[in-house]
Ligand binder design. Sequence first.
Ligand code: PMP
Length: 375
Amino acid sequence: MFTLQSILRPHILSLTPYSSARDEYTGKVGVFLDANENPIGSTTDTGDYNRYPDPHQLVIKQKLAPIKEVRPEQIFLGNGSDEPIDLLVRATCVPGKDNMLIMPPTYGMYEVSAAVNDVDIIKVPLTPDFQVDVQAVLAAITERTKLIWLCSPNNPSGNLLQDEAIRTILDAANHSLVIVDEAYIDFADTPSWTTQLDTYPNLVVLQTFSKAWGLAALRLGMCFASEELINVLNKIKPPYNISAPTQRLAFDALSHEAAKNEMVTKILAARQKLAENLRSLPSVQGVHPSDANFLLVKFDQAKQVFDHLIDQQVIVRDRSKVKLCDNCLRISVGTDAENERLLDVLRRMSSSPVPANLPLGSGEEATRPEFVSNV
Ligand code: PMP
């Protein structure tokens, strides 16, 4: 049976958290001489920021909870979802002793957080169709595996991981936390794993305001888990990890869920059109099916395409050196105009043996790299 105590680092269990001034008095009215703030005001024209924000972001959690169909006590908010990723590693993994399991190709920050914290990584690659190799995962888990990271929809492949695989791991790995990173869930046609929080005490779900909500610059990530685990994350986070402007803007954004859904609908239509157009290009070997707001696209010569796009100021992500992503570029779905610009550059490249940006003349032609298509 899973118990949180068995997976937390021993010193975390006995840690006394920092008690901030605003933890000790939570009322709104009073003469506040407790936090060494500037009582006069702020050096800005755009509002007053001289008071520390609510360290527990209660009003946002109360508004977010019914939207996500969870209890406010099951929510942790972080400085991007990268913050809870790091906190989960620090709360559970003893450096040099414990390990965590990832399934490449996947989001890079899991491995970076492990490296920063001197925590070993076990890698069990996804299958060639980017699904979980369940038997290999179960065989690779050790006594000291504290965290198992699943990214669904997965970055960079874009696909959802099969429910059955996730469920099998949740059932079997009862001395690990199983984290399902759902950064791209709003673009997928499936319920969130948050619906299973009360069934699986070892389940953690990550989501973010950076993608569908269009708030990447605010840096606000969500972590959903048992109340017990959320209490631990609250204990070890920096006291005021979410700034007042971020709290206010996120609170406001939550009144506009319909606008978020409308943008998602537009992005999904654009994704389909972009995938069709890319598939028709001779230089494209294939476009992987996507449940996210990006496409993993296989080219004949990904590096050449990438460099040429950069020259034309179209920036995509080169994933061609990543496991199972040979010759692949990851392309975010842009606006219609941005997608057209991308396609235009690619079409010109396919129809011209010479990259369009290279000047002709002076006898350089013989050494000029040619774009090779597969037709
Ligand atoms: N998880 C995944 C799978 C991501 O792709 C990203 C960002 N690209 C994040 C988490 C982090 O998102 P943020 O810190 O902006 O919430």
